[in-house]
Design a protein around this ligand. Structure first.
Ligand code: UD2
Ligand code: MN
Length: 563
């Protein structure tokens, strides 16, 4: 070929060039689709025209009139971009964030008559435009034959005319559908908190399933079908859609991560856990999860009531979906996250509401912290059996929080439904939590006399301070490596000139060596230097020769694990 002076024959060359160009074009198109799916900013959407009418008989009445009655408030009040929310309109197109595999097969749907869904939304001080978008996205993207009713509970919002205005607006909006869709509106004159309000809503529900939704969500296309398909297989199953994050500032809608499952740590704080795909498991398949993906969840209404609803002793906000997850698994149910079902949710950076003052006498805890600890304490006392000591070790202040009831009801439920002990959950549902437990030789606060060793977050400085600070450092002493680490994965080590340091926990042999500690009674002996951790001047740590009865070298963990 080269000998003849030609690289290829002209016709064949042309063919190769055309194939090459087509490939390039496909790549560019794929990139555009990818960008569109992963980062759609609010400004790219145009809002729907006023008085627009679509096939399902929904009329877009003048929503601008409805939202114009929003009382003037600063952006801080809502913790998201109010102005943008007001200009977006009642519905916008959302990018398709789910896996391609979800779109290529039809979902096996149960008969509508036995699968009616009641949607419960409790809201407190939500912006009108945001609430409206939540409701309208739901009405537009849910098959009519399955959507039984909408239950809206206004939890004592300051905008006192909101609920009446909304009722009027919805009446007009749903003119053609009013007879088929139940609408229930309730207002708590006094704020009761999210947990009681959701229970109130659920007690009014008459559908087969109940779905709990936050009031700043947008459901994506075909969100319900994949959930119904799973729920129809097992009456004791509860499901979460995959939550796509909506940015509070730009209101851009992004793709949520389908490789995560819900879990919690021993302080009973929610955490994401990485999931591993089993052989032949596809990323779009529904998967088991130790906890819900937050508070957006759906299950049989009867099963929810049978489990005692959300624990009604929990106050205001927090912990209710963890409590429900534990009791569900222990009492014969299961939880799945269904990545083919997508719902957008605004993850706000801070609470947009105050917590009512609690009982804390010495004011070391904020009302929000005390409420969360109160709720976690109820969960620990009701479900964790002997493992509640882990919780108290990590949250010693919780011991001082008063509870105004006993746990008899929960024990009755556990007996009647023959629920498993918590040990079963660790073995079969949440091995990650158990692994952490098994690896520990001691954990919790680290006390020397009347003070505790605290790692300041800012500059990783070590100080000895009161053991009752609300964010006191919790230490974990690991059995195999001898490392002593904080929740932030910083390890106590000894550096140059015997300086005690906090460094990222080492994974290789050399760093691990300088971070290895041995325990001699209550002494902490540094393996490399053979010196002991000491607090001779009562406010500064040093390394010194080990002395068996030196109080300044005696450090106690809040919880010692069995050998
Ligand atoms: C997360 C969950 C939420 C719930 C909460 C813990 C997601 C997407 N959200 O909330 O479902 O499990 O953790 O309890 O996983 N509200 C009231 N009354 C109040 C306070 C709040 O009705 O006193 C409403 C509020 O308007 C909102 C919902 O409760 O619709 C959840 O509150 P949030 O959005 O402030 O909390 P978030 O998303 O951190
Ligand atoms: Mn929320």
């Amino acid at each position: 070929m080269f000998a003849s002076g030609k690289i290829c024959r002209p016709r064949r060359c042309l063919f190769y060039i055309i194939v090459f160009l087509i490939c390039q074009l496909i790549l560019v198109l794929q990139f555009i689709v990818y960008k569109r799916n992963n980062d759609i900013t609010a400004s790219k959407f145009s809002s729907q025209p006023l008085h627009h009418s679509n096939d399902s008989g929904i009329h877009f009445l003048d929503w601008r009139e409805f939202i114009s009655h929003t009382p003037p408030r600063s952006e801080d009040y809502y913790q998201y971009n109010l102005h943008l929310s007001d200009t977006l309109g009642v519905i916008r197109n959302l990018p398709s964030t789910r896996h391609y595999g979800c779109m290529t097969r039809p979902f096996k749907l149960p008969p509508p008559l036995a699968s009616k869904v009641s949607v419960v939304i409790s809201f407190h001080n939500e912006a009108r435009s945001m609430l409206l978008r939540t409701v309208v996205s739901l009405l537009r993207r849910t098959p009519e034959e399955y959507l039984h009713e909408l239950i809206l509970v206004d939890d004592g919002s300051q905008d006192v005319t909101l609920l009446d205005d909304l009722m009027r607006w919805m009446d007009g909006f749903l003119a053609a559908r009013r007879d088929r869709l139940g609408l229930i509106f309730r207002r708590n004159q006094k704020r009761m908190g999210l947990i009681s309000s959701r229970n109130r809503g659920a007690s009014l529900a008459s559908g087969n399933y109940v779905l709990f939704l936050d009031s700043h969500c947008e459901v994506n296309e075909e969100w319900l079908e994949p959930l119904l398909e799973r729920l129809a297989l097992d009456p004791h199953l509860a499901v979460s859609p995959l939550l796509d994050p909506i940015d509070p500032t730009t209101l851009s809608y992004r793709k949520g991560n389908e490789m995560l499952k819900g879990g919690f740590d021993w302080s009973l704080h929610f955490h994401w856990l990485k999931r591993q795909l089993a052989i032949k498991e596809l990323p779009e398949m529904a998967y088991k999860s130790p906890a819900f993906a937050g508070g957006v969840l759906m299950m049989s209404r009867d099963w929810f009531l049978m489990l005692g609803s959300f624990n009604s002793y929990l106050k205001i906000w927090g912990g209710e979906s963890i409590e429900l997850a534990i009791k569900l698994w222990l009492c014969g149910g299961q939880i799945e996250i269904v990545p083919c079902s997508r719902i957008g949710h605004i993850f706000r950076r801070r609470h947009a509401f105050d917590f009512p003052p609690q009982s804390d006498q010495d004011q070391q805890l904020s009302p929000a912290q005390e409420t969360y600890l109160h709720n976690s304490k109820i969960i620990a006392e009701s479900w964790l059996d002997e493992y509640k000591n882990m919780f108290y070790a990590l949250r010693p202040v919780a011991r001082r929080i008063p509870l105004d009831h006993t746990y008899d009801e929960m024990q009755k439920l556990r007996r009647e439904r023959q629920c498993h002990p918590f040990e079963w959950y660790l073995r079969h549902v949440n091995p990650e939590l158990r692994l952490h437990f098994d690896e520990l030789s001691a954990t919790g606060t680290l006390r020397n006399e009347d003070r505790c060793l605290h790692a300041r977050q800012k500059n990783s400085q070590l100080i000895l301070a009161s053991c009752y600070l609300s964010d006191i450092t919790q230490w974990s002493m690991l059995r195999s490596s001898g490392q002593l680490s904080t929740q932030r994965e910083l390890c106590l080590g000894v550096g140059l000139r015997m300086r005690i340091t906090l460094q990222p926990c080492g994974r290789n042999e050399t760093t691990r060596k300088s971070q290895r500690w041995l325990r001699l009674g209550t002494h902490l002996l540094h393996a490399e230097t053979h010196l002991c951790l000491d607090n001779p001047l009562k406010d500064r740590l040093e390394m010194s020769t080990c002395r068996s009865h030196a109080v300044s070298q005696s450090f106690q963990f809040a919880l010692e694990m069995e050998a």
